[in-house]
Design a protein around this ligand. Structure first.
Ligand code: TEU
Length: 540
């Protein structure tokens, strides 16, 4: 059985930074609605909407205080209903971000739970007595630096927070918690949404006292229970965020007969530019052969069982052109190469807002320019541990989450047309060159490459279903692969570097499907490839 999301391309909107409609400097739902025609032109099938629920914004909406209400800055539930309806008119489904590993500490459940040990909501969260010295029960750490345990004066116990201390972890072992989550999911399903993106869903089976966080023993039982209680049989799309997934684990989530999710986000490629066994701030250069190996592994392992998601970017990752392309001399060429390389693979592609016009990282000179809690906490933590300020800032420039979060660049007007007020986060000054208006007026822009890649997927079953085979290349920095389906064969060739090279084309191409150096023609024999050149041939 095939599903709509197997042929779909999803676009991620980070509402805070997409489009402001009322001049408060913060993007909102009405702003998104006003840009739906643009997204329809791009050709996407669904929007993954980062959280729009009521939130005190300790982690920009990933700390939710009411799942059935909208954040004041973003608008009202009526705006949300309108967004869903206006999306439907354009065949764009809305995928809600489901953040249920934790709530905000301002959620009514936690406000109750912290009052007393016998409060009816106490067991919605994870509590523990101090150890004999009054310290946290164990040394579990938070993703945002420091201990994962916070002391609560009122009852003299610690509570667990795998993220900020304003994001207490829900206790999924409590059946009441699980059913409250399912009820809330059904509230959204009844509104006509297209599915859910599930935030750090691999953590909900945690066993914190055994120091197990990801992939806990009951994880898949919970997801099957959720499936049957909510979206099962409803043709919705679900994608789990799973930092620790291997192909074996990804199949557990995404094999249809297991009744769990449509697919997961796995991050193996994303770890390739950090030092082994260190964290993302400890930088190392990307190895192209390693990237080829990782992609090939996922493409082949999930070729007939389970389903892949394909992405370079999201709101937690730096901009891909700055990261693995070249934002100085070959912004457009490398951006197109990266797009072609990813979008010709098998799986469901995700585009992060601004990626389709080639937005790049924002140059941070001082910590005062940074908003993101993860970067700020890491900065303070590393300063205290004796790291040099320059090195920390270098890491933030390379990997900080604000890189992806600067406002969308729409046009040449002040603040890039994002807001008439003061933007909550600085706009990248390069909006004078990089913006949507420019991209739409230039037939050679990245926008039209993305538009064409989406169209190619919609029109060609080989892009959706074809088998993937890596091609052995003389130059290890050339990444080439075949897609094959029912006697058809396409060849994707990309030069993943800023210098010229060559590639041996062993078969006479029938036609060229897409290319990023427009006036080149190709024939069998040695191809001279330009920096970041990418071309897709129809071979049979
Ligand atoms: O991210 C999960 C997560 O672990 C990230 O914090 C990640 O480790 C880090 O950003 C590395 O770049 C999800 C959301 O996508 C993120 O925005 C939230 O902050 C986090 O969960 C907590 O909800």
């Amino acid at each position: 059985m095939t599903s709509w999301w197997q042929k779909a391309v999803v676009y991620q909107v980070y509402p805070r930074s997409f489009q402001d409609s009322d001049g408060d400097g913060i993007g909102d739902l009405k702003g998104i609605i006003s840009r739906l025609d643009y997204l329809e032109k791009l050709g996407i099938d669904a929007i993954w909407l980062s959280p729009v629920y009521k939130s005190p914004n300790d982690d920009n909406g990933y700390d939710i205080s009411d799942y059935e209400d909208i954040m004041d800055e973003f608008g009202t539930m009526a705006d949300m209903d309108e967004l869903i309806a206006e999306g439907h008119k354009r065949n764009i489904k809305i995928i809600m971000d489901l953040v249920v590993n934790h709530t905000s500490d301002e959620h009514a459940w936690f406000v109750e739970a912290k009052q007393s040990k016998d409060n009816p909501y106490r067991d919605y969260y994870v509590w523990a007595d101090p150890d004999a010295e009054g310290n946290p029960p164990n040394d579990l750490g938070s993703t945002f630096s420091g201990s994962a345990w916070e002391y609560s004066e009122l009852t003299g116990q610690y509570y667990l927070h795998l993220f900020s201390k304003k994001q207490p972890d829900l206790n999924w072992e409590n059946e009441k918690v699980r059913h409250a989550v399912y009820d809330m999911m059904n509230f959204w399903i009844d509104k006509g949404i297209g599915g859910f993106r599930m935030d750090v869903i691999d953590l909900v089976g945690k066993k914190p006292f055994e120091k197990i966080t990801g992939n806990g023993p009951k994880l898949h039982d919970y997801l099957q229970e959720m499936h049957h209680a909510t979206f099962g049989g409803k043709d919705l799309m679900t994608v789990g965020e799973t930092w620790g997934a291997t192909p074996e684990i990804a199949k557990l989530y995404s094999k249809p007969e297991r009744d769990e999710l449509s697919m997961v986000f796995q991050f193996e490629h994303s770890g390739l530019d950090q030092q082994p066994w260190k964290d993302k701030w400890d930088l190392q250069d990307l190895s192209i052969p390693a990237l080829k190996e990782v992609f090939t592994k996922w493409q082949t392992e999930l070729s007939s069982e389970g389903w892949n998601s394909l992405f370079w970017n999201n709101h937690d990752l730096p901009r891909i052109i700055s990261r693995w392309g070249n934002d100085k001399d070959y912004r457009v060429e490398s951006g197109k190469m990266l797009a072609i390389l990813l979008h010709q693979q098998k799986g469901t592609p995700y585009i992060y807002q601004g990626e389709e016009i080639g937005m790049v990282n924002y140059p941070v000179e001082s910590i005062d320019e940074v908003d993101d809690i993860e970067s700020i906490n890491m900065y303070n933590d590393r300063l205290a541990r004796g790291y040099a300020k320059e090195d920390i800032l270098k890491s933030i420039n390379a990997k900080g989450r604000d890189n992806a979060r600067t406002p969308m660049q729409w046009d040449y007007s002040e603040n890039a047309g994002f807001t008439t007020g003061t933007p909550w986060l600085h706009v990248n000054p390069n909006y004078h060159e990089i913006n949507v208006k420019q991209a739409l007026e230039d037939s050679n822009s990245l926008f039209y490459t993305y538009q064409k890649l989406i169209q190619l997927r919609h029109d060609n079953p080989i892009v959706v279903w074809g088998d993937f085979t890596l091609v052995d290349t003389a130059d290890e920095n050339v990444f080439a692969y075949y897609r094959e389906l029912d006697g058809q064969k396409w060849l994707v060739v990309t030069n993943f570097q800023a210098k010229k090279t060559s590639f041996e084309l062993t078969e006479e191409p029938k036609s060229t499907i897409i290319q990023n150096y427009n006036d080149k023609t190709y024939q069998k024999g040695q191809l001279d490839l330009e920096p970041y050149e990418a071309v897709v041939f129809e071979i049979k």
